[in-house]
Design a protein around this ligand. Sequence first.
Ligand SMILES: Nc1ncnc2c1ncn2[C@@H]1O[C@H](COP(=O)(O)OP(=O)(O)OP(=O)(O)O)[C@@H](O)[C@H]1O
Length: 693
Amino acid sequence: MIDLNTFHTCLAKTSARGYDLDQKQKEAVEYGDGALWLLAGPGSGKSEVLVTRTLKLLCVDSVNPGSILLTTFTDKAARNLEDRLATYLAALQNADPNLKDVDLADIRIGTLHSLCNEILQESRYPNYQNVRLLNQVEQDLFTYQYADISNYKDLAFWEHFNYAVRDWYDKKYPPKKWLRAKAAVTLFNHIVEDYVDIQLMLNAGGHWETLAKFYQQYAQALKDKYRCDFAHLEQCFLDFITSDVGQNFVQGSDQNLPLLYVLVDEYQDTNPIQEQIYLALANQPPHNITVVGDDDQALYRFRGGNVTCMVNFDKACMTKFNESPRKIQLDKNYRSHPEIVNFFNQYITSFPEMTQPGVRAPGKEPVESASSIAGAYPAVSWIQTKKVGDLANRVAEFITTHLIGDKIISDLSQCVLLLRSAKDSQQNAGQFIAAFQQHGIPFYNPRSKSFMESEEVQCLLAALVQVIDQNHTFQVKKDPQSKPFSWIPTIQQWFNTLNSVRNDPDIATKQLDDYLDKSNAELPKICVNSLSQKNQGRFLNLNLLEIVYRILSLEPFRTWRQEPIKNLRLAKVTRLFEGYNSFSLDVLQSNTAGNYIDDSFLNRLYNMYVSYLIETGIDDEDEEIIVPPGYLPIMTIHQSKGLEFPFVFVVMKLGREGKVGSAQMLEQTLAPFRQVLYPRATRKPEDLAIELG
Ligand SMILES: Nc1ncnc2c1ncn2[C@@H]1O[C@H](COP(=O)(O)OP(=O)(O)OP(=O)(O)O)[C@@H](O)[C@H]1O
């Protein structure tokens, strides 16, 4: 294989990384056997080090790729690791043809969920046989349909867990069914991910006991119906890995190589059950586990990420392996101007809560500036106004007169505007968009419209409703209290959007018009005619998903699907229908006379599925954003993760830092029920630390 010096020299070439690693980075790459705890500051090259360490194992130490598991928090980050590995390996293979047999395809690389699923299937683990893995939407639908908690209307119970209920405005009444189902999903996921001892919760009595029983019913329903959600996938994997069969997997067998190295990126976003999994995977001496993360960049608390795992990795190793990990702090920042680094150091310790013992990783030194960016200019400054509109105007003026006027940037895509939400409503990006338009600043805001507000999604849904509900019966549907359903105006809005598209002379809608007219008249007839065919009764062998596919094959959807953002959204609707379809609830049915689709079918569709889309909204945070030249991008901090910009505007409300978020409330209230690996402190504030460019 290749020797260490040649390895470093080759990667430092411009054809690969383009710079040599510093001493601490190299130390981390070269570290031998045992647990390694890499505490990294922002822009300190942590992913770079993890990738280089993996390659060093492969190319210098000749470790078989099949013995390495490399994981991170999101699919996007996993793809990024894969890309870097492939680029650098190609450079190494060029330098040394002996490395040509190193095959990255054999590394187990991906998010933990994807790896757990893959390994359990490969190993044919009996408890995970013939199980359908539910995605987020399917878990919501499952809970709505099969979890008893969704029908539980006890006001005192929901008040007790009110921090888990989103958008519950009228607290005089229990939350509506969809809000209850969504809150239940949050609570159940946390129970599993926080590694809660359900017996402790049962013993606690009162609302906790009620919750524990509801959880047990939900977990049983999953089993009975051969479904599994992501949190239970992790639990199942932990059971597997700690079983004899699982130990065979870790130690190697005829079927697979032993798992010798576990490397985890973004460890600050790990949750307690994942922590258990990683420790179990590395349970064999010499415990080759490397974790990399920055406890000041824990962004995914709302998805169950729990920064205490990163902060206490030493305690976890001591408890589990009776050994301390080697701690290396990557404390040089290669990305930002020294003034930004200074600002960051002060900002992060400016909250009293962040200086409490056990809240940040022990002995963490301030970040040192090491970037080549220099110059005596105010690298950090702020604009403070009372009204958002004034702020938006000042930002727009700053961009036109200073950044462009003084030639600080050569292209708008070198800046980014970061907001809590990029939606174009007044309280979010709306006033910035107005100010940019006024100042002639082209902007790129792919998430300006929420998923459900976008033209293509509304048209697709309206077209589907038009096909199956030709009489627009949705307009007169009433809830159990005989009040019109709150989602009716939204469906009407979809129709307004569809009609304006159909009336637009510049958009080709002939195919769609024909299909809608024809299917409208024919669909119920086909349903009723199938009565005579092969005992199909009044059911038609056609489901909603097939109608969705049909609509998508017509203009204007064909053209829309050529546009990446629209295509992503349309594909997502299709996936949503696939999820709905998997419940086998949507068998199309007509009335006996064959002139309209049966009401019970429509009621289920509207009450369960359409109201889900409308009331809970769809999250499209994770899609990759590619910023086009010439445009100023607007995005959320989560969307910007992994991207670099020379100039960053961060919009924040002063004073919100002390607010306790719902995820944090969950973390704190569940803490007494958690199975204790070691004692840990929890953080008080929302702890959102962000890096300026
Ligand atoms: N030793 C080094 N010399 C010069 N540049 C470096 C060095 N190490 C890292 N960099 C550069 O610093 C930047 C940050 O690297 P990388 O993206 O790996 O950091 P990170 O710690 O994962 O970032 P983040 O904090 O955003 O997660 C990159 O542009 C990288 O090329």
